[in-house]
Design a protein around this ligand. Structure first.
Ligand code: FPP
Length: 276
């Protein structure tokens, strides 16, 4: 996964640490070619590989792909969901060697317990094999919904309260960083950049808690067409943005006001909560 990184078009020290992707447009890509939807998803899986490879090559720490939402899982025809799950299973097997060779840890978030056992087996195996890899995290959001994640967190909190493990005062005092411990992946950093393909301006229930201050980039490209040049363009734009996190920029001195303001680059702390 070293390949074709063009390091000249953006400053490496301002790159996002974590990029999240809403991969939209597989169906439209297939329809435009008179193909079945499955072929759109198959080519979408190839895009995941291409984009992960490039992200790894330029030193991105985390990538999260919205592969299946709770709404997709519940509302799409059963045949399409089955095809997507088969594709996921194949992907988990076919990518293993590349993940291992390139020091990438594969992980997931979402209600996968509803998946067929053979898919779960491959997911667990790929996660197990790559657990110690530290070069990059490749996270798949699978049967994932942002509202459900927050509800699940509240339910876990309430259960601890009911069991006498957590007082009302502790809940009140835990703050945002404390609540993050009840989300699906407490170690996940907030995405710095969220890329959505196929021209739709929506979050679609993705990372509702984590994306509070995420920079958003929308492209008309359909996901199977989304390639390295388009990602480079998004990164270049991201690197030029000023991230203020609600603070102000002191234009007179050119200094950013307070510790919360920065553009791109490495994470900082605002109080106890990591901000990006
Ligand atoms: C949106 O396209 C895409 C999805 C619902 C699924 C994303 C899945 C993949 C990229 C491939 C399979 C994933 C893995 C991990 C192997 P759409 O079908 O909503 O497109 P449309 O809006 O044009 O119909």
């Amino acid at each position: 996964m070293t390949g074709d990184a063009s390091r000249s078009s953006f400053p490496l020290d301002r790159l996002p640490r974590h990029i999240a992707f809403i991969m939209d447009g597989n169906g439209r890509w297939a329809r435009a070619r008179g193909l079945q939807r499955l072929l759109g998803h198959e080519n979408g899986a190839i895009s995941i590989r291409r984009i992960s490879r490039f992200c790894r090559s330029i030193g991105i720490s985390e990538v999260t792909f919205y592969a299946l939402s709770t709404e997709n899982f519940a509302r799409r025809p059963k045949t399409e969901v089955s095809l997507l799950l088969r594709l996921l299973k194949d992907f988990l097997v076919s990518e293993r060697a590349e993940l291992l060779d390139n020091d990438i840890r594969l992980t997931h978030m979402g209600h996968v317990e509803k998946f067929p056992p053979e898919v779960l087996r491959e997911l667990e195996e790929t996660e197990r094999l790559t657990r110690e890899k530290r070069g990059m995290i490749l996270r798949l959001a699978l049967n994932y919904g942002g509202r459900q994640e927050i509800l699940d967190g509240i339910a876990a909190l309430a259960a601890e309260g009911a069991a006498g493990k957590l007082s009302a005062a502790e809940v009140r005092g835990m703050g945002e960083a404390g609540f993050q411990r009840y989300l699906y992946d407490p170690s996940m950093t907030d995405p710095d950049l969220l890329i959505r393909t196929a021209g739709e301006y929506r979050l679609s229930n993705f990372l509702l808690w984590q994306a509070s201050y995420t920079e958003i980039w929308v492209t008309k490209d359909l996901w199977p067409d989304f390639g390295v040049p388009a990602l480079q363009q998004a990164l270049k734009d991201y690197c030029s943005r000023e991230r203020k996190y609600g603070a102000i920029h002191d234009e007179a001195s050119g200094q950013e006001n307070g510790s919360a303001s920065r553009s791109g680059g490495t994470p900082e702390k605002l109080g106890s909560r990591p901000i990006r």
